[in-house]
Design a protein. Sequence first.
Length: 446
Amino acid sequence: MTYSTLWLTQIQFFSSLAFMLLFLVIELGLAWVLLYFKLRSFGPDHAAWIAAYRFWVRVFALAFILSFASSLPVLIQFGSLWPKLMDKIGNVAGPLLAAGILSAFIFKSCFLGAMLFGQRHLSERAHALIVFMVALGVAVSSFWLIVLLSWMHTPAGAVMFDDRYQVTAWSGVLFNPALPWYAGLFVLASALTTGFLMLGIVTAQTLRRPIDESGRLVFRTAIWIVAAGVLLQGVMVAGAGSMTAQYQPAKAAATAAYWRSGEPPDLVLFAWPDAASAENRAAWLWRRAGDAWLGRDAEGKLRGLDQFAGMTPPVALTFWSFRLAVAVGLCMALVAWLTLWRARRIHYDPGAFSVAWRHVLMGMTFSGWIMLLAGLAYVLLGAFPYAVNGTVTVSEIAGDTAFDVVLGGYVGYMVFYLLFLVGFFQMLRHIARYGVVPIARRRGRA
């Protein structure tokens, strides 16, 4: 396989995985938000909380359909683009993928229909239990995916024997060093994506008509989710950075654009990393502040990119994808806390904001997606050239498919993904403008 074909296969797999995750984070976040709405409906403001549930369960249902449908191309490409991967990690990846698929079918197939269509045939408490089981199912099925991804970056609990990984301890596989940080980042990305989506939709409604008590309750819920989420996200990013420095020192050096071992460990805030000259052009530095985010050798000396000659990730892409994710996160934090500060003074009525600030909130509707895509690019690009950190390279597992065949498949997938995105945006636009219209009430629709 040529170098250009190898990169195209990675781009195709990244695009398919990214598309699936765009809707999986909304599905995961809304599953637990809907449970919260349902539980709050047992107290005061019953009608308002139920109205909030009925509105957002439509968005959840569409996100579920799109995430489930887009998971199939990911599974297909897992084998078609990387045909030799399962030969090497099948003893680990096979049970994890099987557990993920089984979890999705057990929890979602058994309870999703009752959640969406059986509300009027069940008691309120029984329906709340169903909603909880669906939320639990989404979380469990997502867990197996995160375990596999984190294990490939910190392969613990298994050893390479006869060119194939053999499991020595499933506890080590399941609770590998990267899992807490990757799981935390994914959950918080889900919360932030869902929270800003809710803020944007409710705020857009205020530009057409005054919102009711249900809209104010949704806005209040969303603003507290994002305000808390941005703080916890900072903690997780710091923890993930320390983990990366320990287990993926080449990725840490690329993130910091730290070229030569022994140089002062300055924290490079912004720069143009030049791989040809191994220098940072137009760099903005924070002097002596970068040593905590760099790996060390057995003697405790900082490890630069010069120690990983020929096996370094693409420095510029790794460097900038990380900073894009951080920049979007900081922007989200600023908007979240300014909005919370102002919202408490106006009793969480988004219609009382200025038109300019409402447009700011609308502009942040899909900011969680941007942060997610940048973070995913950083995680995957920073691992290159390895598929499994330190042992299995991408070139080892790639197939021999011709460039034009891969390109044709990629274009086909992107056309379908674009159509799905357009449909999703049209649906959001419709319900934001007209609300939820009850259909066939006597047949048990939710």
